[in-house]
Design a protein around this ligand. Structure first.
Ligand SMILES: CC(C)(COP(=O)(O)OP(=O)(O)OC[C@H]1O[C@@H](n2cnc3c(N)ncnc32)[C@H](O)[C@@H]1OP(=O)(O)O)[C@@H](O)C(=O)NCCC(=O)NCCS
Length: 208
């Protein structure tokens, strides 16, 4: 499925905003240190390749009901190009799951990035059916399976590698991850824009 970059309507009583880090603002108020403070420091210290770290927040009557974080490329995801972004920390309040908030947030991200020609990645565990469904609905194409290799015995420093690009027969590994990617639609939002690979030697999208 291909979605255009237009925004999806918010459910009644909801408001959406983009949180961005500031000089003395490394995480949104009330957010736990892990992983948000770590990501805030990655932004502040220049670990992230670009200054695009941010979080889509959806509130309903003042209560946080959804968040989708956007992480720029960094050492843990060597398959990402320097300008690429990845969705992370996607979460919907359990009371609100299945009401489409995840899709609203992802479409807001597409809207924000339209015309930039950058690739947006979506990483998900292969047993997370709700999340895979969300990625499919948003128009992501399967890119491959991979796994995290620990570094110095620390999971936090481990890098994710795509070991099985889509299109090949794949084993179902218990710790395997699916990686999905959708090049951000061009301003026209055309299917051709979505099908175009980002040109760094990757397999063509939709090969799975
Ligand atoms: C994955 C998650 C973010 C999806 O967000 P969402 O706002 O519920 O997204 P959607 O409303 O578009 O629903 C996506 C799919 O979730 C499934 N779903 C529906 N109701 C659900 C519920 N009550 N509980 C769990 N999953 C549900 C459905 O398969 C739905 O697809 P459908 O609309 O085609 O039926 C949410 O389930 C969540 O927060 N899960 C826990 C954290 C997590 O796993 N994050 C993703 C890490 S990659």
């Amino acid at each position: 499925m291909t979605l255009g970059p237009e925004r999806a309507p918010l459910p009644l009583g909801c408001s959406l905003s983009f949180w961005r880090p500031g000089r003395f603002r490394l995480r949104p108020e009330g957010f736990p240190a892990m992983p948000f403070l770590v990501w805030g420091w990655c932004h502040a210290l220049g670990v992230f390749a670009t200054r695009d770290y941010g979080i889509v927040l959806i509130f309903q009557d003042g209560r946080l009901v959804h968040r989708t974080c956007l992480l720029p490329a960094h050492f843990r995801f060597p398959f990402m190009g320097p300008g690429d972004l990845q969705t992370a920390g996607i979460w919907t309040h359990p009371d609100q799951r299945g009401t489409g908030l995840g899709l609203v947030a992802l479409r807001a991200v597409f809207h924000q990035l339209q015309g930039s020609g950058r690739t947006l990645w979506y990483m998900v565990r292969e047993d997370n059916h709700a999340s895979i469904r969300l990625a499919e609905k948003a128009g992501f194409h399967p890119w491959g399976r991979g796994r995290k290799l620990t570094s110095l015995g620390l999971g936090m420093l481990g890098a994710f590698h795509i070991t099985e690009p889509s299109g090949r027969p794949s084993a179902l590994w218990p710790e395997a991850w699916d990686a999905c990617t959708a090049p951000v639609p061009k301003a026209s939002g055309s299917a051709a824009g979505l099908g175009a690979g980002p040109g760094r030697g990757r397999p063509p999208s939709g090969c799975g």
